[in-house]
Design a protein around this ligand. Structure first.
Ligand code: AMP
Ligand code: MG
Length: 490
């Protein structure tokens, strides 16, 4: 396999990594392989599966420089020293277009950061990451990608005994807010500076020229996070574990654990079994992002200015501006979901009017926006918009008033419905289907998993009338089908 591994992380002080090889496994089997991603990476057609499988499970290593990365993080608000406890970075692969990608094996065995963990991953969660991250990619939302899932032939003990697997993750980098918290916790400013310079080099080299590159790094990361989280909100995505160690500096969605897409709209929605307080609920994601960015800013203070007071005032100013920016792009992107090209603050009542109605009526997030997107073809809310069987909204007074206002607002816009159909997905990975696909795959039947992958590869494409195979994936879950909790499976 023509991976061309480089290891620029070796230029960092050695406290940032531990050179370690993946731990070989008993009987690997390649279960899923992402040929289209392989082509994008310039890996070409892969002729023989067996050496490839060995590389993607860690039984064959191509370089001596594979490593587990050190990081820390605030987990549900509490600080801990962490690090790659079950992952190994094989190296960086430079694609034909010059883009540098981290290639990491997740579930590859113990490292010095494993603490009490076994260093392994269960098949279900790795398939979940594969499916949901690929779906995110097709939705056009920044994300790490998944190249392959290989089963290990070994079992792992979780709440029950499960099959073990290794996921190959492709990322713009694995630098996290938690990596900066780690550097900061060591108290070594020169190491922190080396890390910040490395991050700037990899993600925003234009800032080396600026007056205060580290303040600009903060601004860059804040902007990427704002854009990312607004995009999540626009498709009803709930990450589930927005701890600072799961926030990538690159602005990619990373670490798919108990994540899910919301069916009926309710800002308090939480799926994660471990999130008892709802810290990472759908609606809290914007506030958590602010909180996480404040932790990032804390780490950068010594680099922003030698005088702490000055550094704090610069950073506060930057983050204050970011909260405005967040609202600004939220309004813009929500406006686009309603067919308004350049929405402004004056459109807030319209946007919130719909959201309030949706919340009161338990309307399905995805299907409501998609139904509105097709209003020019079929001005009618069918049963797909409500998870309660048989509910029709034709006589709803509040809704009818809202529709009037909305129609008046978009009368002056061009191509509203085309815009709406390009931003409101017709297809999302609904939790009850994801779970069904995963449990079948765990027992060796991958048909539904592959069907879902194909369905999700064209999220803005309408499901054709009468196409029952695809249409079933769009039906909100019945009460019995509803998934209450998802597990991160670590
Ligand atoms: P996560 O919940 O996947 O974001 O992981 C949080 C931390 O726990 C990271 O430092 C992981 O490397 C570590 N971790 C998670 N699962 C395991 C495991 N099975 N063995 C060792 N470390 C793990
Ligand atoms: Mg993590």
């Amino acid at each position: 396999m023509p991976f061309q591994f480089e290891s620029s992380y070796l230029n960092l002080p050695d406290l940032f990594y531990d050179l370690v090889a993946p731990v070989p496994v008993a009987t690997p089997e390649l279960l899923v392989f992402n040929q289209s991603l392989a082509s994008e990476l310039g890996l070409g057609e892969i002729p023989e599966p067996s050496p490839l499988t060995d590389i993607l499970v860690g039984n064959r290593v191509l370089s001596d420089n594979s490593m587990a990365l050190a990081y820390a993080g605030h987990q549900f608000g509490h600080f801990s020293m962490l690090g790659d406890g079950r992952a190994v970075l094989l190296g960086e692969h430079v694609a034909p277009d010059g883009t540098r990608w981290d290639v990491q094996l997740k579930g590859s065995g113990k490292t010095m950061f494993s603490r009490r963990g076994d260093g392994r991953a269960a098949l279900g969660p790795m398939l979940r990451e594969y499916l949901v991250s690929e779906s995110m990619h097709h939705l056009g939302i920044p994300t790490t990608r998944s190249l392959a899932v290989v089963s290990t032939g070994e079992s792992v003990q979780r709440e029950r005994v499960e099959k073990g697997a290794v996921l190959t993750r492709i990322a713009a980098s694995h630098l996290r807010v938690g990596t900066f918290e780690y550097a900061s916790a060591t108290g070594r400013v020169e190491a922190l500076k080396a890390l910040a310079d490395y991050a700037i080099l990899r993600h925003c080299p234009q800032y080396f020229e600026s007056d205060n590159p580290y303040l600009d790094l903060l601004g860059y990361v804040a902007e990427q996070q704002a854009r990312l989280v607004v995009q999540w909100l626009c498709v009803g995505f709930i990450h589930g574990v927005m701890n600072t160690d799961n926030v990538a500096i690159s602005g990619e969605t990373i670490d798919y654990g108990p994540c899910a897409f919301m069916d009926q709209y309710d800002p308090a929605t939480v799926f994660s079994y471990i999130d008892e307080q709802g810290r990472y609920s759908y609606g809290n994601q914007r506030y958590v992002t602010m909180w996480n960015l404040a932790r990032f800013a804390d780490t950068l203070l010594p680099l922003i200015d030698p005088d702490q007071e000055t550094a704090i005032s610069y950073a506060e100013h930057m983050l204050h501006g970011f909260s405005y920016y967040f609202d600004e792009i939220w309004i813009q992107m929500m406006g686009r979901k309603l067919g308004i090209h350049q929405a402004g603050h004056e459109d807030m009542p319209l946007i919130e009017g719909l959201l309030n109605w949706m919340e009161m009526n338990h309307a399905d997030f995805t299907n409501t926006f998609r139904t509105l997107s097709n209003w020019d073809r079929n001005p009618h809310f069918g049963s797909n918009v409500c998870s309660k069987v048989g509910v029709e909204f034709a006589d709803d007074e509040t809704l009818n008033e809202w529709i009037q206002q909305w129609q008046t607002r978009i009368a002056s816009e061009r191509d509203s419905y085309e815009l709406m159909r390009s931003v409101n997905p017709a297809r999302i990975p609904r939790n009850h289907w994801v779970n069904r696909a995963l449990s079948l795959a765990e027992s060796g039947d991958f048909e539904l998993f592959h069907q879902l992958l194909e369905f999700l590869s064209a999220p803005y494409e309408e499901v054709q009338l009468g196409d029952e195979q695809w249409a079933r994936f769009n039906v909100p879950p019945s009460e019995e089908e509803k998934v209450q909790f998802t597990f991160c499976g670590t």
